[in-house]
Design a protein around this ligand. Structure first.
Ligand SMILES: C[S@@+](CC[C@H](N)C(=O)[O-])C[C@H]1O[C@@H](n2cnc3c(N)ncnc32)[C@H](O)[C@@H]1O
Length: 215
């Protein structure tokens, strides 16, 4: 699966960036959610944008004062991210095994990057996010809301195919809580059909317990 995802995004990286650059910047509610997350985390501790793609969310979080770096499977996506955000750090790696010390991060962001993980891999994925977060650290998830996977074939004419999972927010909350997170925010906005979206968009912020066990 990892190889398929990497090959898909390596093939489309430049076209993806050209196509979605303006729409990312034109979604005020999404930008506000990222800014709200940055306000919760606060300046200081390190934040990882896991599955950062072209680094737009990384850059927005940095502009909100976070000490943030991006990590992605796809070298071609990272090439775009480094070119467009020369002052920021981007590393190649998998969010399943990011190679980060336990308890080392103040925040983790997965902005539409858990969408290729099969449902039965989510518990391990979220347990991994919890492990690398410090006590009281914050997680931000963005994903398409819904039931059915969307199969994307030959994007921008490239001979690749990948499924994008849509999930019910309450189902994601259950998996997060089972992994030891406490829900802070659940938000959903309507599909922006004028910009090509075909499903509502869901956003969750969750927190790990404080060291004293209080949440
Ligand atoms: C839909 S794109 C979103 C990119 C970016 N967050 C954005 O919103 O523009 C999904 C990104 O997640 C990355 N990705 C998917 N699975 C990953 C994994 N296991 N580890 C690291 N990156 C992953 C892909 O390479 C791709 O860049």
């Amino acid at each position: 699966m990892t190889d398929t995802v990497r090959a898909f995004y390596d093939a489309i990286a430049e076209d993806y960036a050209d196509h979605f650059r303006d729409t990312f910047a034109a979604r005020p509610l999404d930008l506000a959610l990222l800014a709200g997350f940055a306000g919760l985390v606060g300046a200081g501790g390190e934040v990882a944008d896991l599955g950062c793609g072209p680094g737009w969310a990384t850059a927005h979080l940095a502009s909100c004062g976070l000490n943030v770096f991006g990590l992605d499977l796809s070298e071609q996506m990272l090439g775009v991210a480094r070119r467009e955000n020369p002052g920021l750090r981007f590393e190649q790696g998998s969010m399943r095994e990011p190679g980060l010390p336990d308890g080392s991060l103040a925040g983790v962001v997965s902005w539409y990057s858990s969408v290729h993980a099969p449902q039965d891999e989510l518990p391990a994925l979220f347990a991994g996010f919890r492990r690398i977060l410090a006590p009281g650290g914050y997680l931000l998830l963005a994903f398409q809301a819904g039931e059915e996977a969307l199969r994307v074939e030959r994007p921008f004419g490239h001979p690749v195919v990948l499924d994008f999972q849509r999930r019910r927010p309450e189902q994601m909350v259950n998996v997060l809580e089972a992994a030891g997170f406490t829900l802070v925010l659940r938000s959903e906005r309507a599909a922006d059909e004028a910009q090509g979206e075909s499903a509502p968009q869901a956003f969750l912020i969750a927190r790990t317990p404080h060291a004293d066990g209080c949440s």
